[in-house]
Design a protein around this ligand. Structure first.
Ligand SMILES: Nc1ncnc2c1ncn2[C@@H]1O[C@H](COP(=O)(O)OP(=O)(O)OP(=O)(O)O)[C@@H](O)[C@H]1O
Length: 269
């Protein structure tokens, strides 16, 4: 893959769960270095399905390439932040150790981490702004801090591409701002991002591109062109009257940010 090749290239891709009819069809998009693509759509639209496909976990027909090859083939270079985690908060493991777990994906289980690996882990924790809490037990962190710690764990693999499944759900303003700053920094370093979200404000703040989904791709492209009220109405059929009532292009459902998670609900679609 050359430097200029896209990190992700999908052309008319369909994704199915086993032998069932495809959950998502007609997906065509690219992610270049430093691009961030917001996946928007109602519940059940196929956002998580597309992320699973990018991870190589679901059968995908059509053209589907991640890092120049079949999805899943270069899994250690793709970071993933799932909607929920299985780390038991009572398990006595520090934030730093959780992030080092991510590094083991890159090292393999049988290589002992060296100074360079510890430095990568330190930087990952610094990137998410949790250096002061590196020795704190994971269970003692707030929900938002845990989310940032898990992003640091994903960053410890030094991914070229990072996939995030609704990472902003329930975050307070401080953690939300920290996560946004982290994602913007990652974009500057050339990392590609695909993030599923219900949050239009976030899409505008973080993302360069958008895919509107509802069982199929409704629209896609640069956010300033593709995120129109018409496209939103088509994707969120049933809420189109509301959407139109708020008028204007470029995601005018966005509400100004508030100081707590409740206020963000107003910007959710
Ligand atoms: N494990 C599964 N087996 C079969 N079908 C599934 C499975 N998981 C999801 N689906 C179906 O795939 C479709 C897309 O679901 P998906 O979870 O990708 O939507 P989503 O956009 O991520 O929704 P949400 O915003 O609620 O997370 C839905 O019809 C859903 O029922």
């Amino acid at each position: 893959m050359t430097q200029r090749s896209p990190l992700v290239s999908y052309r008319d891709a369909s994704i199915a769960y086993g032998r069932e009819a495809p959950a998502l069809t007609g997906v065509s998009f690219e992610v270049g270095q430093g691009d961030a693509v917001a996946l928007l759509g109602p519940n059940g639209a196929g956002k998580s399905t597309l992320l699973q496909s990018l991870l190589g976990l679901l059968p995908t027909t059509g053209t589907a390439e991640v890092l120049g090859t079949t999805p899943g083939a270069r899994a250690s270079e793709v970071g993933y932040l799932p909607q929920s985690t299985h780390i038991d908060p009572d398990f006595p493991v520090s934030l730093g150790q959780v992030v080092m777990m991510g590094r083991y994906r890159r090292l393999g289980l049988f290589r002992w981490p060296g100074a360079a690996d510890r430095e990568v882990v330190r930087r990952a924790i610094e990137t998410v702004g949790l250096t002061d809490l590196a020795k704190t037990t994971f269970g003692e962190l707030s929900g938002g801090q845990r989310q940032r710690a898990l992003l640091a764990r994903a960053l410890a693999t030094e991914p070229k591409l990072i996939l995030l499944d609704e990472p902003f759900n329930g975050l307070d303003r401080t953690n939300r701002d920290a996560l946004i700053a982290t994602l913007l920094r990652l974009r500057e370093t050339g990392v590609g991002i695909v993030v599923s979200t219900h949050d239009l404000e976030l899409a505008h703040e973080v993302c360069s591109h958008v895919l509107l989904l509802n069982g199929r791709q409704i629209a896609g492209g640069p956010i300033s062109e593709a995120l129109t009220d018409t496209a939103l109405a088509a994707a969120f059929s049933g809420t189109s009257a509301d959407t139109e009532a708020h008028g204007g292009a470029h995601g005018t459902l966005c509400a100004p940010g508030g100081d707590d998670a409740d206020e963000h609900e107003r910007a959710r679609v």
